[in-house]
Design a protein around this ligand. Structure first.
Ligand code: ADP
Ligand code: MG
Length: 238
């Protein structure tokens, strides 16, 4: 579960081609980071995988199933939005339970899943609070909890820490890495921050103007950058 294959994926908005054609394989359990400068197409690529944008050409497969054109809810993936996407008037419990209520699961199952997600995320003592009564890090964990309860085959994160201060970002990076170790689910994480990419990824995909410049482990990219762009962006010694 969580194998994702992109074949010649192309995306244009009107006459502007944002992604000329990408081939990429993501394997079960990998922590993959899409990194690159602002405007290079990271969010667009993630949204294509999530189904929030339609591909202009090419195919996307998840676990061997062609999901091109399929509605987001049917892809079995969970997109984690920034913590400000929480419902301010709902308790933590109801924020996390929301997708399960939408899916019309029975209350007992919902309670069980919410309790388990809260345990994993250290939110057990905060279930009756509202987002406004939480720290930025706790709010981010609630946003992740809302994804976890759906037991997705992969988690998709789009710059989830960009509105947190530097110290909290460091803590949250560790927490998300720890979560990946616990769940062992495929995670795709978008960032423009090289440090985030180098410290969190199993595999880094370096994007530049909609093209993949290199795919490799942090060590590969650091020691063997394919080109000047990668070397410059990652800050390797070349
Ligand atoms: P990143 O996430 O790497 O900063 P994006 O994927 O958001 O980059 O954007 C890539 C390019 O596509 C940018 O030039 C952006 O202006 C353009 N773009 C993104 N979404 C749209 C859209 N809905 N309509 C038109 N252009 C878009
Ligand atoms: Mg973006």
């Amino acid at each position: 579960m969580g194998n994702i294959t992109l074949k010649k994926v192309n995306k244009s908005f009107g006459t502007t081609q944002v992604i000329p054609g990408i081939d990429l394989t993501i394997s079960e359990g990998e922590f993959v980071v899409f990194v690159g400068p602002s405007g290079c197409g990271k969010s667009t690529l993630l949204r294509l995988i999530a189904g929030l944008e339609d591909t202009s050409a090419g195919t996307i497969e998840i676990d061997g199933r062609d999901v091109t054109g399929m509605a987001p809810a049917k892809r079995g993936l969970a997109m984690v939005f920034q913590s400000y996407a929480l419902y301010p008037h709902m308790t933590v419990r109801n924020n996390i339970a929301f997708p399960l209520k939408m899916a019309k699961l029975d209350q007992e199952t919902i309670d069980k899943k919410v309790t388990e997600a809260a345990r994993v995320l250290n939110l057990t003592n905060y279930l009756d609070r509202r987002p406004g009564q939480l720290s930025g890090g706790q709010r981010q964990r609630v946003a992740i909890g809302r994804a976890i309860v759906r037991e997705p085959s992969a988690f998709l994160f789009d710059e989830p820490l960009s509105n947190l201060d530097a110290a909290l970002r460091g803590t949250m990076r560790l927490e998300i890495s720890e979560l990946h170790h616990q769940l062992k689910t495929t995670m795709i994480y978008v960032t423009h921050d090289q440090v985030e990419a180098m410290t969190m990824a199993d595999k880094i995909v370096v994007l530049n103007a909609g093209n993949i410049e290199q795919v490799g482990s942090p060590l590969d990219l650091y020691h063997r950058p394919d080109n000047i762009f990668v070397a410059g962006f990652i800050g390797s010694p070349r």
